[in-house]
Design a protein around this ligand. Structure first.
Ligand code: IDP
Ligand code: MG
Length: 149
C-alpha cells in the first residue's frame, strides 16, 4: 500500500493547526500509520532537505525546522503521495489554491506550514529517515468498506 511522509512544520504547530491539518487527511479517507511530535536535530533537518543544500534558503530553512517542535506523520492509501501534495498546495502559499492547506492558512514561502513527499521514491526515503519500522502501525480502519469500493 502506498505511503507518504507529511510533517507539520514549526509554524503549523505553533499556530495551533495540528488538529485542522490531521483532520483534513482523516476526513479525506487516508489512514494514519505513524505520528510523533518531535524536536528535529540539525542532522535530520539537513538530511531531509539535502536536495536543497546548495540553495540560498537552505540555512534559514534548517534553522526554522529545528526552532520548535514538528509533527511527523506517515499516511497510507492508494495515490496518497500525489493527492496529499494537491491537498497541501503550491510551495508559495500566495499561489496555492484556496481549499489547499497552504492556500487557506499561509502567505509566505518560508512559513508554508506543512511538508509532503513529492514522489513515491522520495516518500520511501523520507519515511526511513524519520521513522523506525516499529514506529509504524499497519492497520485496517473498520470504515474502509464505506470509503473504498
Ligand atoms: P515543497 O515543500 O512544496 O516540496 P520545495 O521546493 O521542495 O517545496 O522547497 C522545500 C521547502 O523549502 C519549502 O516548503 C519552503 O519551506 C522552503 N523554500 C522553498 N523555496 C523557498 C524560498 O524561495 N524562500 C524560502 N524558503 C523556501
Ligand atoms: Mg519538496
Amino acid at each position: 500500500m502506498e505511503r507518504t511522509f507529511l510533517a507539520i512544520k514549526p509554524d503549523g504547530v505553533q499556530r495551533g493547526l495540528v488538529g485542522e491539518i490531521i483532520g483534513r487527511f482523516e476526513a479525506k479517507g487516508f489512514t494514519l500509520v505513524g505520528l510523533k511530535l518531535m524536536s528535529v536535530s540539525r542532522e535530520l533537518a539537513e538530511a531531509h532537505y539535502d536536495v536543497h543544500r546548495e540553495r540560498p534558503f537552505f540555512p534559514g530553512l534548517v534553522e526554522f525546522i529545528i526552532s520548535s517542535p514538528v509533527i511527523a506523520m506517515v499516511w497510507e492509501g492508494d495515490g496518497v503521495v500525489a493527492s496529499a501534495r494537491k491537498m497541501i498546495g503550491a510551495t508559495n502559499p500566495l499561489t496555492s489554491e484556496p481549499g489547499t492547506i497552504r492556500g487557506d492558512f499561509a502567505v509566505n514561502v518560508g512559513r508554508n506550514i506543512i511538508h509532503g513527499s513529492d514522489a513515491i521514491e522520495t516518500a520511501q526515503r523520507e519515511i526511513k529517515l524519520w521513522f523506525k519500522d516499529e514506529e509504524l502501525v499497519s492497520w485496517q480502519p473498520s470504515l474502509t468498506s464505506w470509503i473504498i469500493e
